[in-house]
Design a protein around this ligand. Structure first.
Ligand SMILES: Cc1cc2nc3c(=O)[nH]c(=O)nc-3n(C[C@H](O)[C@H](O)[C@H](O)COP(=O)(O)OP(=O)(O)OC[C@H]3O[C@@H](n4cnc5c(N)ncnc54)[C@H](O)[C@@H]3O)c2cc1C
Ligand SMILES: NC(=O)c1ccc[n+]([C@@H]2O[C@H](COP(=O)([O-])OP(=O)(O)OC[C@H]3O[C@@H](n4cnc5c(N)ncnc54)[C@H](O)[C@@H]3O)[C@@H](O)[C@H]2O)c1
Length: 475
């Protein structure tokens, strides 16, 4: 039996941040991971392989578009083993930065095995007893598998298996039109797969600003088949592949496919932890925490995808840093979620910060919306990639409360708005930032310029100025 000042359970984005931070400050730390590798979902089954796949698929898409544009004939299809090699390469390199050795060098004891609480201060892992003064639960999440008749009779894919496929399916049916569904369905479509997406809701990506989703939907519908407001009622093996029965407005139809990807959301991975034995409260499947990320047992913290905050790697990191100081020094600091952006890496990219227009209208009596199409921004015109828009949302005093964009590389050039929101800037301040001509970020400035145009030209000022200049002329 060994005892530690801090025991971190789960070696993903949040757990690695906590273990490295606490050990660097000199604490005695244990890090427990059920897989033989650290890195968590983001590195092995999430962000990294998905972005590598998207990038490879994007290369193929751009290559085909470019060939068509310049009248070049391409022979043959992209070989999937090369795409898979890009995915493996990205994972391997990043894994080498985040391997067990890095943590052992920092003085962390790494335990490999699935942890379960025996009591509020003891966990068992691979037959060993580990005792802790403080604990951090960072065990992440797992895919939700909907109760669809026959789904378990076919080898359906999830984010945990799709990146291991060595062959590209000719036909892919994706259940769920959210972040994973959109990113992966489009990537496979770009690689040449015939893709069908089944989304239960009336629109794609319900958490996103509607104006942005409209643009995405227009693009997506050119590349794959989309069924909204549709449910899957049955899945079964057939001689030619897999038959999926779907229902829209009471009407059934059967779709034949070679593979099915389930992407209908995620839930915390906490069953194995036996939180009941530690006395940690769980509600609706999430670990309950207060604003300082303490659970119902004050010495046990929970972070990342196990709690009901924002399920992103950068948020897991933000929460992990908060836990280091709170657990080691007994502080009550809170993660600041006010300026947390996220990006869906579709083509074009979808950027989200703060309130959507729909949420802002519900929350405030009066809001201001400043938006511009990318066809009004020179760099997008030059590149011939004008599909997209930027929307800045402000309260009646002009303070930024939301920002959304869809466009080529929107995740990169919208970052200046995150800085502005974190500084509690007004929209007008973004207009004063000098942007080198002709970068894509000028789209932000162009939308922000509308703030001044409204103030200067839509009010009484132009009338007064006209009178003044008429008077001067007549002097
Ligand atoms: C396909 C996909 C794409 C994504 N893309 C992005 C993206 O582009 N950007 C972004 O910000 N987010 C993305 N995400 C979300 C992101 O992956 C998660 O929000 C992030 O990984 C959460 O970090 P975490 O530390 O909470 O959990 P994880 O990174 O999943 O780490 C949890 C770790 O705990 C381990 N564990 C679980 N139970 C136990 C146990 N009992 N004992 C020991 N160890 C245990 C797991 O094996 C895992 O290693 C994506 C997710 C998916 C599925
Ligand atoms: N770029 C990124 O940052 C990124 C990328 C991928 C995933 N993620 C993270 O992973 C999380 C999970 O992604 P996800 O796509 O699984 O979930 P999601 O919540 O984003 O989307 C799930 C979708 O499935 C639909 N749905 C639910 N049940 C259904 C059913 N039975 N039939 C048809 N449709 C159904 C929902 O209406 C929703 O649109 C995201 O919330 C996000 O935080 C992030």
């Amino acid at each position: 039996m060994k005892s530690y000042q801090l025991v971190v359970i789960g070696g993903g984005a949040a757990g690695m941040t906590i273990a490295a931070g606490a050990a660097s400050l000199g604490a005695h730390v244990a890090l427990i991971e059920r897989h033989t590798h650290l890195g968590g979902d983001c590195l092995h089954y999430g962000c990294v392989p998905s972005k590598a796949l998207i990038e490879a698929a994007h290369d193929v898409y751009v290559m085909k578009q470019t060939a068509e544009k310049y009248n070049v004939t391409l022979n043959g299809d992209a070989v999937y083993s090369k795409t898979k090699a890009s995915v493996d390469r990205a994972r391997n390199i990043i894994q080498s930065h985040d391997g067990t050795k890095r943590f052992e060098d920092l003085g962390v004891d790494v335990y490999i095995g699935e942890a379960s609480f025996l009591s509020a201060n003891e966990v068992e892992v691979a037959g060993q007893l580990v005792v802790g003064e403080k604990f951090a639960i960072s065990t992440g999440s797992q895919p939700i598998i909907p109760p669809i008749d026959g789904l378990d009779t076919v080898p359906y894919l999830t984010n945990e298996t799709i990146f291991e496929q060595t062959e590209r399916p000719e036909r892919l049916l994706v259940i769920g039109g959210g972040a994973i569904g959109m990113e992966l369905s489009q990537a496979y479509a770009h690689l040449g797969t015939e893709v069908t997406v089944i989304e239960g809701a009336k629109s794609l990506m319900p958490k996103e600003d509607k104006g942005m989703v409209e643009v995405l939907q227009r693009q997506i519908e050119q590349e794959l088949v989309l069924h909204l407001n549709t449910t899957v009622t049955q899945v079964r093996k057939a001689s030619g592949g897999i038959e999926v029965t779907v229902e829209t407005d009471g009407e059934s139809r059967v779709i034949e496919t070679d593979a099915v990807l389930v992407a209908v959301g995620r839930k915390p991975r906490i069953e194995a932890l036996r939180l009941d034995r530690a006395g940690v409260d769980v509600q609706k499947g999430y670990v309950q925490v207060d604003a300082s990320l303490r659970t119902s047992q004050r010495h046990i913290f929970a972070v990342g995808d196990t709690i009901q905050s924002l399920p992103f790697t950068h948020v897991a990191g933000l929460e992990g840093k908060t836990v280091v100081t709170n657990a080691l020094f007994g502080l009550r600091t809170k993660p600041d979620y006010r300026a947390v952006p996220w990006v869906t890496f579709t083509t074009p990219e979808l950027f989200h910060l703060g309130l959507t227009e729909e949420e802002a209208r519900e929350k405030y009596d009066e809001i201001k919306v400043y938006q511009t199409g990318l066809d009004e921004v020179d760099r997008f015109v030059i590149n011939g990639r004008t599909e997209g828009r930027v929307k800045l949302i402000a309260n009646k005093r002009g303070k930024l409360i939301g920002a959304h964009a869809i466009g080529e590389q929107a995740g990169e050039w919208m970052q200046e708005v995150v800085y502005a929101m974190a500084r509690k800037d007004k929209v007008g301040q973004l207009s004063r930032v000098v942007h080198p001509y002709p970068i894509r970020g000028a789209a932000v400035q162009r939308a922000a310029d509308l703030y001044w145009r409204e103030r200067l030209f839509d009010g009484p000022l132009p009338k007064w100025l006209k009178r003044y200049f008429d008077w001067k002329q007549g002097e």
